[in-house]
Design a protein around this ligand. Sequence first.
Ligand SMILES: [Zn+2]
Length: 327
Amino acid sequence: MSQLVDKPLIMANNMTDTITKPNASNDAAPSLQTSNTAGQSWFNREIPGIKQQLTAPLTAVETEPSTECSSCHSMITNTALIFNCYVCPHCDHHLPMSARERLNWLLDQVNGELGQEFTAKDPLSFVDSKPYPARMSEAQEKTGESEALIVMYGKLRNLDVVTCAFDFRFMGGSMGSVVGDRFVQAAEKALEDKVPLICFAASGGARMQEGLLSLMQMARTAAAIERLRIAGIPYIVVLTNPVYGGVTASLAMLGDIHLAEPKAMIGFAGKRVIEQTVRETLEEPFQRAEFLLEHGVVDEVVHRHQLIDTIYRLLAKLCHVPNLNAQ
Ligand SMILES: [Zn+2]
């Protein structure tokens, strides 16, 4: 069990002398006479002639909704997790954030959302273990989102920005034609308003259910980013865990600046596929953000607690915001 849950439980046991429960006296009395005091702490020691009332341990802490850290397996209450930006307070592991939480966390003011009118088609009538429309409905029900990319525009402190974020829970953050549509619309909004574009990438790659149409999104998004580059509009990518496949090969690697969260896995093909292709055993951390930073693929690995400030300062420099140091 976790340290976080252990601590309140120790407190709860120590509190049994001071907090009494009326119904417990009958059950507890026989155990006082027969129990062995050896090995008990002085605080809980039974004193002959003094009747003690024992209570059941407090269980409120145990019942609070908690999430298990995938790295150190500590149980963290959801409230603590939200206050800590989904970073584990025990081992500093960065847990995943949903796209909507991510954008609401980043923006100080949300002025609107884009691309909700687009809906996915099933042009190939694709069926694997279940039909594509059934898979979509399942993902929509699970996440409460209509697609894997969310686009919002608003204010990051005093800067107007357009932001988008992939939701990895939605079919592995895969890029289908709607994701492409939404990204292009985000880029066009940034171009029209002459404001920076920020993208939080988290994806397994192209969406196989849409075949060639999903691969075409690589070219579409790349063309939209090129239009931003020509207009001199900053485009910042934040690589979160994990980013793979067609998303890495297009919009996630075409930023003016690439930031990454600690220990994020970033690559094109996965480790096993590369090993089978090159017939070599590869070292474990070769697709981690820190390794990619050493080899010049990403510009900076930024802790989530410093991420908003880093993005703001980079954009403020690129947009020539006056008196940056005074803010
Ligand atoms: Zn942890």
